[in-house]
Design a protein around this ligand. Sequence first.
Ligand SMILES: Nc1ncnc2c1ncn2[C@@H]1O[C@H](COP(=O)(O)OP(=O)(O)OP(=O)(O)O)[C@@H](O)[C@H]1O
Length: 512
Amino acid sequence: MEERGSPDGDPARSLEQGPEGPETPIQVVLRVRPMSAAELRRGEQSALHCSGTRTLQVSPPGGGPDVAFRFGAVLDGARTQEDVFRACGVRRLGELALRGFSCTVFTFGQTGSGKTYTLTGPPPQGEGVPVPPNLAGIMQRTFAWLLDRVRHLGAPVTLRASYLEIYNEQVRDLLSLGAPRPLPVRWNKTQGFYVEQLRVVEFGSLGALMELMQMGLSRRRSSAHSLNQASSRSHALLTLYISRQTMPPVDPGEPPVGGKLCFVDLAGSEKVAATGSRGELMLEANSINRSLLALGHCISLLLDPQRKQSHIPFRDSKLTKLLADSLGGHGVTLMVACVSPSVQCLPETLSTLRYASRAQRVTTRPQAPKSPMAKQPQRLEMEILQLQEENRCLRSQLGQVHPKGMSSPGAGVGCGWGSHGSSHRALPPRQPQGSVGPGWPGPSGTSMGCCRSSCWRMRGSGKKRASCRVAGTRPGMSSGSWPSRCTSWSGASSVPAPFTCQTPAQPHRVPV
Ligand SMILES: Nc1ncnc2c1ncn2[C@@H]1O[C@H](COP(=O)(O)OP(=O)(O)OP(=O)(O)O)[C@@H](O)[C@H]1O
């Protein structure tokens, strides 16, 4: 018996462990749906047998050796929606998304194989009729889990969602306020590929999120053909953006830590001869097949260690652009491959199984965006340097003033290092808001204390002729970008009332 598939190991455990090493393979779970009523009516036989929790055996009709495929988990037609949710380890992906990772769950398979059922449950039985809770799919179950999890977290979390479809190679916003219109896919260095002008909606409750999902589902293109009465004619991507504020916030202006959880319901591959698609249905089928082909091509190239470092043609379709990070980037990805058990579907099923086998050998390098806390050491280091410098300077002034028994440090002692030996003219200091100290000058012409502690940068004053004696005026440098606490200014010709520094001082370096 030939066997293909993933290496040994407990699937649930490997998903629960999450991305430990630098490279993590795409996890693949296989779901075999039960025989449909139509298939049973036609008396079709099953060609698939699950042996154990990870192996699927395929028995070709008319004899021949069985072929076995191994995946992270294999779920037969008797498994419930809850079983599937658990086996897929989606909660673990949710936890990772809360920690800032970008996670993707996507379903893949032939038309009518149960992809939409797995993600969102059966089609609603009427307008506004909700899916019965026991039939709810991975998406509804994840939403409920996530909202509950967020409620019990100590830190505030902002949740937002977007929902789009790729229909005939056009991206349409399923949550747009008006009629959906094509949106461009762009690329930049920080975001990678993204959809411009996509509506992202903040939500605060499970009910609000379910409404968004229903809105998107009702707008998504679907049609009937001979293999599925409600066949999706587009790829749909619902993304949850999870922004978790660090405690305590590093800086009110800092963006919060953000993770993503994206659910992708791919349209099914189809043989137009089998589905009987004509006209518009056939155009849709061709577009679907082309984009799935592009996806398969990228997956094949990602498996080639030589090619992985070089060019992968993600730009070949909108689908591959939007899945680029999930497949070859820094995301954590789960693929749920869906198949029909029927012998009639075997060629398509084998193609799905091979596709899924290849996908589980693709690896990504999961990486959470750097938390604002990570920037702290650098910021603190700068602050420490500045404070040390100020401390050193103040100490040296104290050492020079007090031995002479001067009660007022401002009385009659010139700065010892001004140009041409003249007294140092300090700019009138800008007092930081709410800060009043002994070093601040009084009314024009009087100096009250040490310019070293009282000379502050001229924030936005535009007096570019003023220069810092130590750092100097740098070409193109505005006064606002000078050292935060310049201790020695000169050339302040445009300043209305120059002050004379009367504190003895030693030249010193100011950290810039
Ligand atoms: N595990 C299952 N249990 C019961 N019914 C199922 C199961 N999976 C799928 N079905 C039913 O099979 C039919 C096809 O499923 P579904 O629409 O989810 O397929 P699909 O793969 O999304 O197809 P398409 O690619 O054409 O959109 C639906 O009527 C669905 O309710």
